[in-house]
Ligand binder design. Structure first.
Ligand code: PRT
Length: 87
């Protein structure tokens, strides 16, 4: 179990250390265009799950959307503080 902030810190560390085999490193290397497409794809899956799937499947899709948003944030150099000041 981890929080949004804990995952963001983990992904930032991946970006910094670039361990072999990291899907996050590959997603960051793919660039902002590809990262944005993944956000849109996962958002669509969240919508479908919300209408047609179980609470557990919906929660899983939401977790994947949060991950994809965090990859995009790192890809653009946007921090959690940058986002939280608008909440
Ligand atoms: N939380 C996630 C996470 N959520 C989603 N995903 C990725 O997103 C995929 C699911 O998205 P898709 O529906 O697009 O599935 P897919 O089309 O089969 O995926 P791809 O072939 O496009 O990678 C998963 O298979 C993972 O590759 C995640 N990948 C990593 N994490 C966490 O991020 C951290 C760092 O991971 P690594 O960089 O892989 O070490 C670890 O704590 C992981 O648990």
């Amino acid at each position: 179990m981890k929080t949004f902030d804990e995952l963001f810190a983990e992904l930032a560390e991946r970006a910094r250390t670039r361990p072999a085999g990291s899907g996050t490193v590959a997603a960051l290397d793919a660039g902002v265009h590809a990262q944005g497409k993944k956000v849109l794809e996962e958002a669509g899956e969240v919508w479908i799950a919300a209408e047609h799937e179980s609470d557990d499947r919906l929660a899983e899709e939401i977790s994947q959307l949060l991950y994809r948003v965090q990859v995009l944030m790192l890809g653009r150099g946007v921090t959690t503080e940058d986002v939280y000041r608008y909440l």
